[in-house]
Design a protein. Structure first.
Length: 352
């Protein structure tokens, strides 16, 4: 589906953007004409560029053989319409991964969250409409916090979803879809790197409340979800992965192992939920199956292309509903090589 396409990734130097770029350049879904990494962080762009250059020289891996002609780095901000418009007009497929996503930060700086998480998506739609840009598909990367939002981050992401859904009406030649998923294992700002740092410093490990649960998926599963939205999503649909959930206390205990490390409860941070939801009760009637994913049909009936599809769930899809056991949590972390000792082994292997 990416064969010969120009692909724009806003926020492309983030955790998701880097894995998405690697997967696109692998050619597993077709060889793109160009991949544009659009972000405002020149340091991250530099390090990402150098990583690809070094691997291109050092190896013959097919994944990097088209780096020189395919990958382009552009400094810009989704808040800034002129800089964004300059790349939107060249693109066939757009992944909007640019976001302010730290829950407490958004609580303290709500206007800044609004500018990035709402004004940024609006600028994409505006550029497509005003330039009459031949963009085929736009994917809005969302979050479980957009479902029944209680914090600024979730509220702004929920509005991002609605901005893109409604854009199907004003830009009828472009398909706008969304992908909503939960916590990505070991991504920047997630709990696992925090636990690693706390263990290295001798503890304690801090948790907000013993009852807290979270959905868990790895970066490749996140990429699979947004690529599925491109491949089989209908206009206005929001794709949801089927992923396991775990207690945060079990994640902490799995990392501690037999170490003498204390777990300390510090209380819920501003804007945090005890359990996260990916599909609200009100959305169940609009939820259908798309292969291995759920898809929430658009709330605007003028867009809905599958109005008679029978719903496949009858109750809220929450991280507190079906929680993995401690043993299952340990196995999931081990299979993803996320336990602290496994991370150290990987570093040692690279040094050798």
């Amino acid at each position: 589906m990416f064969e010969g396409k120009t692909i724009l990734i806003t926020g492309g130097t983030g955790s998701l953007g880097k894995v998405l770029t690697k997967r696109i350049l692998s050619g597993e879904m077709g060889t793109p004409k160009r991949v544009i990494i659009f972000s405002r962080d020149e340091a991250k762009q530099h390090f990402m560029r150098m990583a690809y250059l070094q691997r291109t020289v050092a190896t013959d891996e097919i994944i990097y053989d088209n780096f020189d002609r395919a990958l382009e780095f552009v400094i810009g901000d989704v808040r800034d319409y002129p800089s964004l418009a300059s790349v939107v007009g060249q693109s066939d497929i757009i992944f909007n991964a640019a976001a302010l996503k730290q829950v407490p930060t958004c609580e303290y700086f709500p206007y800044e969250a609004t500018r990035t998480n709402i004004e940024g998506p609006h600028n994409i739609v505006r550029a497509i409409r005003e330039l009459n840009a031949p963009v085929e598909t736009v994917v809005g990367v969302s979050t479980d916090k957009a479902c029944k939002p209680i914090n600024v981050m979730g509220m702004t992401k929920a509005i991002q979803e609605r901005v893109f859904i409604s854009a199907n009406l004003i830009c009828p030649n472009t398909r706008f879809v969304c992908a909503r998923y939960g916590n990505v294992l070991a991504s920047r700002g997630s709990v696992i790197p925090l636990f690693h740092d706390q263990i290295r410093n001798g503890g304690p490990i801090t948790i907000t409340t013993p009852d807290m649960t979270r959905f868990l998926l790895n970066l490749d599963q996140a990429v699979d979800t947004i690529c599925a939205a491109v491949r089989i999503g209908k206009p206005g649909e929001t794709f949801i992965p089927r992923v396991p959930a775990s207690k945060v206390t079990d994640i902490a205990k799995a990392h501690i192992g037999d170490r003498d490390i204390e777990i300390k409860t510090i209380g819920i941070r501003p804007g945090e939920k005890i359990h996260e939801s990916l599909i609200a009760q009100e959305e169940c009637l609009r939820t259908v199956e798309r292969e291995n994913w759920y898809a929430i049909r658009p709330i605007l009936t003028e867009i809905d292309q599958d109005p008679d599809a029978p719903p496949v769930i009858t109750e809220e899809y929450s991280s507190g509903t079906d929680v993995m056991s401690y043993e299952e949590t340990v196995e999931l972390l081990r299979n993803n090589r996320l336990l602290l000792e496994q991370q150290q082994e990987q570093k040692d292997e690279l040094l050798r």
